[in-house]
Write a protein that binds this ligand. Structure first.
Ligand code: PLP
Length: 385
């Protein structure tokens, strides 16, 4: 028995070291990592820029608290605000904390309490973010949920119009539902959603914890849709594996988060900020983002050509380097078989294989992954498990 709570059903792999897109286990087997620590290692494992920034910060200072000025936080906040619709940043340590901050800010700034989110969404596991998560399986056993949260079908603007009212503080939405199964926002839906929010003076919160930081070929995925959210939350890919979270908001919301209103002891920790700065310096460059778009298009083409026709597969979805292969059945046996063959991928929902390679992935590595995927998904024996 292990002394760790069994909250995760773990695959049979113990990692010894990792570099770039490669993970190595204790026996010296290597794996091509197309999960990137659940979209976290955006520049791959131990990217030299990030490692260098961390080493430099290790020799400078590790933590002094938010009672004093922190120049690296300012730099990271500048990167985030210069590449988004927001002007103010709050730093924390995870995606769920960024969403908690967003929910609290929305309530305090508007003086209203209701939050609308979407079915199959995922916003985190803490009480507020869990209440915003439109999935029963995440909430089961932890009730009663916080009041004033409601869920409507994704991409259904009429349902939003039916529940939005004078007490609604915010609508919270993912651009591509990640954990829920790689479901994309429909063309036009987000613009309509923004319009309805403006009509009712409701804040638009976009949860970019998974889609942000270059994952879809833009700094933030909402930038594909021509909308201007009031609040953006970020975490996973922001510091290449060092825990970090950020909530970015419009300037007019600044006063609602005055001194003493909210906080996080570790938020904006210098090591996390050093890593984040190194990531953003690289990822928020036009050339880099163009390459992500090109790689994403290439991988999608390959999947459409070689994987989509397989009888096990129902559809291929996604954008940039956030892609999903929906299958007829639970994908766990396929994922296990892929690990045995040396490819790490994720699931989303129960029937979707989710692919989130490091953004530095090469064409050759994508070909290799597609070969392994087609081998495993074409093998009928994998379904009987
Ligand atoms: C992962 C995720 C979260 C939660 O992030 P944690 O860092 O695990 O708390 C929230 N929203 C989305 C969209 C996510 O993908």
């Amino acid at each position: 028995m292990t002394a760790i709570f069994p909250t995760y059903k773990r695959f049979n792999l113990s990692v010894e070291r990792a570099t770039g897109t490669a993970v190595e286990d204790a026996d010296g087997h290597t794996y091509l990592d197309f999960g990137a620590g659940i979209g976290v290692c955006s520049l791959g494992h131990r990217h030299p820029d990030v490692q260098h920034a961390l080493e430099k910060q290790l020799n400078s200072y590790w933590h002094v608290s938010n009672l004093y000025h922190n120049p690296i936080q300012e730099k990271v906040a500048d990167w985030l605000t210069q590449h988004s619709s927001g002007e103010q940043v709050f730093f924390c340590n995870s995606g769920t904390e960024a969403n908690e901050a967003a929910i609290k800010l929305a309530r305090k700034a508007t003086g209203k309490h209701k939050i609308i989110s979407f079915e199959q969404s995922f916003h985190g596991r803490t009480l507020g973010a869990m209440a915003a998560t439109g999935q029963e399986k995440i909430q089961t056993g932890f009730g009663p949920m916080l009041e004033s949260f409601s869920y409507v079908p994704f991409n259904d603007i009429d349902s939003v119009k039916q529940v939005i009212d004078d007490e609604t503080a915010a609508v919270m939405v993912e651009m591509i539902q990640g954990e829920g199964g790689i479901h994309m926002a429909a063309p036009g839906f987000l613009q309509e959603l923004e319009h309805v929010c403006r009509q009712y003076d409701v804040l638009l919160i976009v949860d970019e914890v998974q889609t942000g930081i270059g994952r879809t070929g833009k700094p933030f995925a909402y930038q594909h849709f021509g909308i201007s959210p009031d609040i953006i939350t970020s975490a996973k890919g922001l510091a290449d594996g060092v825990p970090v979270g950020a909530m970015i908001a419009k300037e007019r919301l600044r006063d609602a988060f005055g001194p003493g209103s909210h906080g996080a002891t570790f938020g904006g920790n210098p090591l996390a900020m050093a890593a984040a700065e190194a990531v953003l310096k690289r990822v928020f460059q036009e050339d880099f983002l163009r390459e992500v778009t090109e790689k994403g298009n290439y991988l999608l083409e390959q999947l459409n050509q070689f994987i989509a026709p397989l009888p096990a597969v129902t559809s291929i979805r996604g954008k940039g380097l956030m892609l999903g292969i929906e299958c007829h059945q639970d994908v766990t046996p396929m994922i296990k078989r892929l690990i045995e063959k040396g490819l790490l991928v994720l699931s989303a929902g129960s029937n979707v294989i989710r692919i989130l390679p490091p953004l530095i992935v090469s064409e050759q590595e994508m070909d290799q992954a597609v070969d392994l995927l087609s081998e495993v998904l074409a093998d009928e024996k994998v379904y009987v498990e």
